[in-house]
Design a protein around this ligand. Structure first.
Ligand SMILES: [Zn+2]
Length: 120
């Protein structure tokens, strides 16, 4: 399942960020995923929760923004988004298309707490 490898690299990236920046607790993570990647956000959140147990990202809410796959056809010139991840024009069936969006995979934002474990 793609969600496992994706959650794995995401949790590694987050935990690295935490140790570099000194974040003690991550409350929310906003990620963008392009439609071509066919990710199930619920499954991804579930896998991510399991991977981040006993880390600063434990219990963090994973907000996934799915970016639809949008294609521009080189044959008929139409711009259309696709629900599936077929790289063909939905109007004329041409395989000569440009991908305008849908390839995204990025961490857009983090809500964190510093010094969460410091009680003075
Ligand atoms: Zn077309």
């Amino acid at each position: 399942m793609y969600e496992i490898s994706l959650s794995n690299s995401l949790s590694k990236a987050i935990l690295k960020l935490c140790s570099n920046a000194g974040f003690d607790r991550v409350k929310r993570i906003l990620i963008k995923i392009g439609g071509i990647r066919k990710v199930n956000p619920e499954l991804m959140a579930f896998v991510f929760a399991g991977l981040t147990k006993n880390t600063p990202a434990e219990g963090a809410v994973l907000s996934v923004m799915m970016i639809p796959l949008t294609l521009k056809c080189n044959s008929c010139g139409r711009v259309a988004s696709r629900e599936d991840s077929e790289l063909t024009c939905p109007s004329c069936g041409s395989r000569s298309v440009q991908i305008l969006s849908g390839l995204e995979l990025s961490i857009e934002g983090l809500e964190v707490e510093k010094d969460f474990y410091k009680h003075e």
